[in-house]
Design a protein around this ligand. Structure first.
Ligand SMILES: Nc1nc2c(ncn2[C@@H]2O[C@H](COP(=O)(O)OP(=O)(O)O)[C@@H](O)[C@H]2O)c(=O)[nH]1
Ligand SMILES: [Mg+2]
Length: 365
C-alpha cells in the first residue's frame, strides 16, 4: 500500500493536489494544523499536514492516477471527505476527553457533593473510591451509588464518646470563635447534666469582669447551677480544687478571644492550665462557616489540644459537607450537634446519620 504525507496552506487546494498526484482513491488517515513557510521564524503561516494512503486494487497494486476519466470508481466529493473527517474528529475528541466518558452517576454525585459544600479534595477521594470499588454495572444504578456514598461518608465521620469514670469529676471546656454558640451550648449541656441528676458547676473565663458572664449567670440561675468567673491560672486552679470534690461535671465556658493572636491564645492556655491535666476540650464551630474558614479555625485552635468538636447551628444549614470535610481533613471526631436556640432541647449527641440528614440529594434511595 502506498502511503503519503503532504502539506499545504489551504486545505481544499491540498486535497486537490493529493488527488492530482495519487488519484481519487485516496484515504485521509490524519490531518493536523502546522506552522509552515517563512524564514527564521518570520512570516510563518498556519497550514495543514495530511497523512493518508492510496486504496489498493484487488491485486495489491496502487491505483494509478486517473485524470478526466469517464470510467471512474465511486467518487467522494471534497465536501464528503471534509464532513467525514469532521465526524471522525468529533468522535475521537469525545473519546479522548476522560470526563465525558465517565458514567452519568459519577458526574451527578460530584455535583451533589459540590452543592453540599464538600471540599474539592474530599469529592475527588469519594469519586475515586467509587471508581475503584464499584463495578461498571453498579455505577449505572443510582440508588446503589447513593447508598455507597452514604456509607463512605458515614465511615469517615468519627464520633467521640467521653470516658466517664465513676466518682471522677469531668472538666468540660468549650473553645471556639465568638458567636458560634459556646455559652448557649454550655447551658444546654449543663441542663442535660442537671436533668441526669449530676452535680453541675459552671466556670467562665473572663479576666475583665468580676461577676460571671451575664448571659450564663442568668441561665445558671434558672437551672440552680453555681457559676463563677475566673481570669487567671491561680484563680482557676483554686476554683477547680474547691469544686472538684463536690461535683460530677464542671463546664468551662471560654470567652471569645481572637484565635489569630498568639498572645491571646497563650493567655487563654495559661488560664486553662489551671483546670489540670485531665480535661475534655471541645472545639465549637458553627455549621454555617465556610469550608476554608473551618480549616483555618481547626488549625488555630490546635495548640489547645482539643479532643473533639461540637458543631452548632445545624438548623441553619442543609449542606453540611463543610463540617464532614474539615473533620476528615484534620482527623477530628464529632461529639455534639446543636440544632437551634432552645435550651436545653436543641442539642443531640452526634451520629453520622444525623449529619447525612443535613445534606441535599443524599437521601437514602
Ligand atoms: N440557630 C441557632 N442559633 C444558635 C445555636 N446555638 C446558639 N445560637 C445562637 O447564636 C448566638 C450566639 O450564641 P452564644 O452562645 O452567645 O455564642 P458564643 O459567643 O460562642 O458564646 C445566640 O443568638 C444564640 O442563640 C443553634 O444551634 N442554632
Ligand atoms: Mg459566650
Amino acid at each position: 500500500m502506498q502511503y503519503f504525507e503532504e502539506s499545504g496552506l489551504d486545505y481544499e487546494a491540498l486535497i486537490q493536489k493529493i488527488k492530482h498526484k495519487y488519484g481519487d482513491s485516496v484515504r485521509i488517515m490524519n490531518r493536523r494544523r502546522e506552522m509552515m513557510g517563512g524564514f527564521l521564524g518570520i512570516g510563518r503561516k498556519e497550514g495543514w499536514r495530511v497523512f493518508g494512503y492510496v486504496v489498493a486494487d484487488s491485486f495489491g497494486s496502487s491505483v494509478p492516477p486517473v485524470q478526466n476519466s469517464a470510467v471512474s470508481r465511486p467518487k467522494h466529493s471534497d465536501a464528503d471527505v471534509m464532513s467525514a473527517i469532521a465526524r471522525l474528529e468529533k468522535k475521537l475528541e469525545g473519546q479522548s476527553s476522560l470526563s465525558d466518558r465517565r458514567p452519568e452517576s459519577l458526574k451527578r454525585i460530584e455535583q451533589i457533593l459540590e452543592q453540599n459544600d464538600f471540599a474539592p479534595s474530599y469529592i475527588r477521594r469519594i469519586v475515586s473510591q467509587l471508581e475503584a470499588e464499584i463495578s461498571y454495572e453498579n455505577l449505572q444504578n443510582w440508588g446503589y451509588v447513593v447508598k455507597r456514598v452514604r456509607e463512605f461518608i458515614k465511615n469517615d465521620i468519627k464520633i467521640f464518646t467521653p470516658a466517664i469514670r465513676e466518682g471522677i469529676c469531668r472538666i468540660v471546656i468549650l473553645l471556639g470563635p465568638t458567636g458560634v454558640g459556646k455559652t448557649t451550648t454550655v447551658a444546654k449541656l449543663a441542663a442535660r447534666s442537671v436533668k441526669a441528676g449530676l452535680r453541675v458547676k459552671i466556670i467562665t473565663t473572663d479576666k475583665y469582669k468580676i461577676g460571671a458572664d451575664k448571659q450564663i449567670e442568668a441561665l445558671a440561675g434558672i437551672m440552680n447551677v453555681p457559676v463563677v468567673s475566673v481570669g487567671d491560672f491561680e484563680n482557676m486552679s483554686k476554683q477547680i480544687r474547691l469544686w472538684k470534690p463536690e461535683s460530677d461535671v464542671i463546664y468551662v465556658d471560654t470567652i471569645g478571644r481572637s484565635p489569630k493572636n498568639p498572645e491571646e491564645i497563650n493567655a487563654m492556655r495559661q488560664v486553662l492550665l489551671g483546670c489540670g491535666e485531665s480535661t475534655e476540650k471541645y472545639l465549637t464551630v458553627s455549621a454555617t462557616t465556610k469550608i476554608s474558614d473551618l480549616y483555618e479555625i481547626f488549625k488555630q485552635f490546635e495548640p489547645f489540644g482539643y479532643c473533639s468538636v461540637i458543631c452548632t447551628k445545624m438548623d441553619e444549614t442543609s449542606h453540611s459537607g463543610n463540617i464532614v470535610s474539615a473533620l476528615y481533613n484534620r482527623n477530628k471526631s464529632l461529639a455534639f450537634l446543636t440544632t437551634g436556640q432552645k435550651i436545653p432541647a436543641n442539642i443531640t449527641e452526634a451520629a453520622p446519620d444525623i449529619l447525612l440528614e443535613y445534606m441535599e440529594g443524599m437521601g437514602a434511595v
